[in-house]
Design a protein around this ligand. Structure first.
Ligand code: ADP
Ligand code: MG
Length: 307
């Protein structure tokens, strides 16, 4: 079946023994989209990516990348996509430029084009001036950008990034997302997994995974509209357990859940419940209570979906 989507799956399923890691997952990604594949560790993101990249055979169901069948045309797919795995494979003993040259030859970039492409990639990844540095000496953020440059050395139309920002600081994460956007404006389809829900706010559309199943698929705004019916409050106060109990008993509060050091409450109306919450917390002896209206986050969406 020919497909006009950059990536498309139907009931894609992968079992390991009797365990189902990816369970009847169906979605389509348009060309040029930044598609976020979101879910906690173990939810099946990497397994899905490996099937899409032709590295792992599906147990059942099917998928197409650039119209190519993931079960039968894996080799053609590999030549036309970029893949940055969770444990990306740079050679630490090579210099920056040598890693790029290595990947250029692996991907068969014609010799006459190599110099020009290297210069473009060094500029794109902001690695100019670091060509001769040893890869092992680069910080995490620089290594990530080099790994991305290596993954696109052959100008792939679709780029798969598996948790590309794991373990780097927020500034490096921000710079990396800018890079992703630059690529998308150049027409590259980006399929990116992350378990950082805040990062996924940047994506055009999001697929949320939970226990191997795709539990939601929409734009970030669409997910919030359809999932969060009501308004949200963020509450601080100690002890948190007591604050949680107080809020749970309050009229107009539909749901309360811990969100790191704070609580998020889904309420009928911020105007009514914010002052009511504040006085109830004070009355119950909760100290340093603070109540503020917030926009729902994708984390709130996820919590609302999986309960
Ligand atoms: N080769 C494998 N053999 C057995 N189980 C696996 C294998 N690969 C992944 N799994 C299991 O499948 C589930 C999903 O894994 P994975 O796709 O890596 O999740 P994620 O990338 O979302 O963290 C996990 O429970 C994992 O342990
Ligand atoms: Mg993974």
């Amino acid at each position: 079946m020919a497909s006009s989507y950059a990536v498309e799956t139907h009931d894609l399923t992968r079992q390991f023994g009797s365990f189902t890691a990816v369970d009847h997952v169906s979605f389509q990604v348009e060309a040029g989209e930044v598609f976020g594949f979101l879910g906690p560790n173990g939810s099946g993101k990497t397994t899905t990516i490996r099937m899409l990249c032709g590295l792992l055979t599906p147990t059942s169901g099917d998928g197409h990348v650039l119209g190519l069948d993931i079960g039968r045309e894996g080799e053609q797919i590999k030549a036309r996509i970029g893949y940055m795995s969770q444990k990306f494979s740079l050679y630490p003993d090579l210099r920056v430029i040598e890693n790029l040259e290595f990947y250029a030859s692996v991907y068969g970039v014609p010799r006459v084009q190599q110099q020009g492409r290297m210069a473009e990639l060094l500029a794109l990844a902001d690695l100019r001036g670091r060509e001769r540095e040893m890869t092992s000496a680069l910080s995490g953020g620089w290594k990530q950008r080099l790994a991305l440059a290596c993954a696109i050395v052959h100008r792939p139309q679709v780029l798969f990034l598996d948790e590309p920002t794991g373990g780097v600081d927020p500034e490096a994460r921000r710079v990396f997302w800018e890079l992703i956007y630059t690529l998308a404006t150049e027409g590259v389809t980006v399929f990116v997994t992350t378990h950082y829900m805040d990062e996924a706010e940047h994506c055009n559309r999001i697929g949320m995974m939970h226990g191997g199943k795709l539990i939601a698929l929409d734009t970030p705004a669409g997910l919030k509209r359809s999932t969060i019916q009501g308004e949200m409050l963020e509450i601080e106060g100690s002890p948190q357990d007591l604050a949680l109990d107080v809020l749970k008993g309050l009229p107009g509060v539909r749901d309360v859940a811990p969100h790191g050091a704070r609580l998020h409450a889904l309420v009928d109306s911020v105007a009514a419940q914010a002052p009511a919450a504040l006085s109830a917390l004070a009355q119950a002896g909760v100290e340093d209570a603070r109540v503020e209206p917030i926009d729902p986050s994708l984390e709130d969406v996820f919590v609302a979906l999986v309960g």
